[in-house]
Each structure stands twice: as C-alpha cells, then as structure tokens.
Design a protein around this ligand. Sequence first.
Ligand code: ZN
Length: 71
Amino acid sequence: MANCNRKNLYATQNMADEYVNFYNSDLLRNESDKLNSYYCGLHRGWHVGHQKLPSQMSKSERINRLLDAGL
Ligand SMILES: [Zn+2]
C-alpha cells in the first residue's frame, strides 16, 4: 500500500464497496480484473484496488504484501 497517494479515498467501507460492486457487476469483467476494498492506515480511509491471487503475483509483489500486512 505504498503507492496509494493517487488512489481514490473513501470515508467508509460501504462507499468503497459500492464502487467495487458496481465495477465487479460488469458481466464483461474478467475474473482476474475484479476489485476489492481495503483499509489504508496511511490515509485512514478505504481504497479500491485489484485483488490478485497469490499465484498471480510476482515474487516481489508477494513480499511487498507480506511487508504491508506486517506494518
Ligand atoms: Zn492510502
């Protein structure tokens, strides 16, 4: 979550999820292109981002995610 300064910030998870649901409800949307919401401690709000399965991540992405989770 280091590069979230330019991401939209939502005050509540509900607001973020509203956008997530709108985006994911597109029938043409690929499974691997779906969004999810997550809390950002840096901005004290919610961001929306692409969810990635660990198997789809590069090694460095997996490490970054572990580092994020530990902070
Ligand atoms: Zn943030």
